[in-house]
Every structure is written in C-alpha cells, then in structure tokens.
Write a protein that binds this ligand. Structure first.
Ligand code: SF4
Length: 197
C-alpha cells in the first residue's frame, strides 16, 4: 500500500481528505506544521483538537510544534496582500521535504479542501515543491466533499475556527467597517462556515 504524507492545517479540514485518501488505499500519515497561526492560544487549540481527532481515527501524526510568527511577519512585511503565497510555500516545502526524507510515496495537503483558499496557487506551489524535493505530489480536489466534511465536524462537536490563521485573516473576519473605515472583506467573513480553515 502506498504511503502518503498529508499536511494538515486543522482537524475539521482533515475529515474529508482523510476518508478519500484511505478509500483510495493510501496509508495516511498526518503532518501538522503551521507555525504562523496567531495568536498562540489559537495555535494550541487547533493542534489539541487535531491530536484528539487523530487518536479517534488511529491516524499517525507527526507534529512540529515550532511557533514562529516573527519569521512570518518578516517575510510578508510590505507584501501583505501576497502573504498566502509565502504561507503556503513554507508549509508545502516542509511537507515535501519530510515526505522525501521519510520515504513516503507522495505528499498532499488539507489546504486543497477549503473552498476559499487559493486553490490553483496551492497546486502550483505543491508541484514546485514536488520538483524541488523529488517527491510526487498527489492532487485531489477535496473541495468536492466540503459539505460532507463540515457536517461531520459539526456532528462531532469539533471546534471550528472562524478565521484562516494569521492576524490579517482574523482582522478581515472581525474588524467592523465602522472601526477604521476599512471595508469588511465579505470573502473572508464567516470563513470557517464557508471552508476557509
Ligand atoms: S490568510 Fe491564511 S493562508 Fe493566507 S497568510 Fe493568512 S493564514 Fe496563511
């Protein structure tokens, strides 16, 4: 059976991809690496929920507990509108590198599950990481199971975050229009409800 390393952003986004990969007869290992999630209490909460969920699913989990928002801020300073490119790239390169070193047959990511993430950009950066580290990237459009995954997370009573992860996404989610004249970003409002987790 082929072994695949699944980069995981959070537990709710793992439910559907995990079921599809297992049905596709992959032996799945999870990999949590999201050092930019802010604040730290949110990072811990997402990680703790994932650890509990992985235990119920007998999902082997590799966890990197590095917490490093400073590097994220340095990388995205003055190019905040392109921050997701850096953020995806950091996580996908780490997944590809680990998959190669640990002799997996391929890697993929739960980022492909969200309907509001930049799907094509994720695919292109994953393919780049695949070439860089010499490890196949397994593509699947996990967005097809978005509703199924959300319903399963709700029925499990699983914590579902309301913003993507960085402080900018939290601001876009909560900062009201009247606060500083900023237009509320309707794309990210209700992020979790609509799959941006
Ligand atoms: S919005 Fe999400 S994907 Fe983009 S930089 Fe922030 S945490 Fe990363």
């Amino acid at each position: 059976m082929a072994r695949i390393l699944l980069h995981i952003c959070c537990a709710p986004c793992t439910i559907y991809p995990l079921s599809i990969l297992r049905h596709g007869e992959f032996a799945v290992h999870g990999f949590f690496y999201n050092p930019h999630i802010q604040p730290y209490t949110e990072f811990r909460k997402r990680l703790d929920v994932l650890i509990s969920y992985a235990a119920t699913e007998s999902l082997p989990l590799i966890v990197r507990k590095d917490y490093d928002p400073e590097t994220f801020f340095r990388q995205v300073a003055f190019r905040e509108t392109n921050r997701c490119m850096y953020c995806y790239s950091l996580r996908l390169n780490a997944a590809a590198s680990l998959a190669k070193k640990s002799r997996f047959d391929a890697f993929t990511t739960t980022l492909l599950y969200s309907k509001l993430q930049k799907h094509e950009l994720i695919v292109s950066l994953a393919e780049e990481a695949s070439r860089r580290f010499g490890i196949p990237f397994h593509y699947s459009d996990f967005r097809e199971g978005w509703r199924e995954g959300q319903e399963a997370a709700k029925s499990l009573g699983m914590y579902r975050q309301q913003y993507c992860g960085c402080v900018y996404s939290e601001m876009e989610r909560y900062c009201p229009k009247s606060f500083d004249g900023r237009e509320e970003d309707s794309d990210t409002a209700g992020a979790c409800e609509r799959g941006l987790g």
